[in-house]
Design a protein around this ligand. Sequence first.
Ligand code: 13P
Length: 248
Amino acid sequence: MKNLKAVVANWKMNHLRADVEAFCARFSAGYKQKEGVAAGIAPPFPYLELVGNKLIPAGVLLFAQNGLDKPKGAYTGEVSMAQLKDVGCYGVILGHSERRQYYGETEATLAPKIVAARENNLLPLLCIGESLAQRESNETLEVISRQLAILSQVGQGDIWIAYEPVWAIGTGRVATPAQVEEVHVFIRSETIRLLGKAGDEIPILYGGSVTPDNFPELLKTKDVGGGLVGGASLDPEKFRQLVLQTQE
Ligand code: 13P
């Protein structure tokens, strides 16, 4: 799978039904699946089925933005991995920095979520990344290494990783290709150290202010296997362009 490239839209808490319908119509009009390149969309929970119905037939992979590790029961406000699978999800984003920052997600809460996702045949898309303060105090690689240690806890199994420097998310301040490459090469060395040969196969996506203007340069850097895109992915034309760039 090492050659698999992927671009995933993380819509976060954006769009209402009419926007979702318009997006699906406009995106699918010009989207062609290409072998070796996956396009995924992670809409808010209420629109998972709508996006799935419209775009799974075109080959788009449906992702959720979070899920709980518990199989079912009295967890008001939560959604189980089985429920995500049941509505057509292919994978689930886990550990996004916004969830770490606002909802207290930690490696301790994330490890069982990765396990539960896999048990339900959902691909975990694990997000990692350093804050601005951590980068400025030269702790980036140490933070990344600490966040990746979760891989040895959860063992072998499918996973994708997204490197999203917190200071580049939603700020318009994209990491430079050199900064991205340094961290992605380090992530690759860590995944191999922790998982052996399987660690060489994991797609590593970059996220943080990705647009069609900066994405081609980022895609050229070593060990960048695609993107996890917020703002620019809300626009169907821009997202389609990003998919096309990944397919080139
Ligand atoms: P932006 O592309 O809006 O910076 O968001 C990135 C992100 O957080 C994707 O998960």
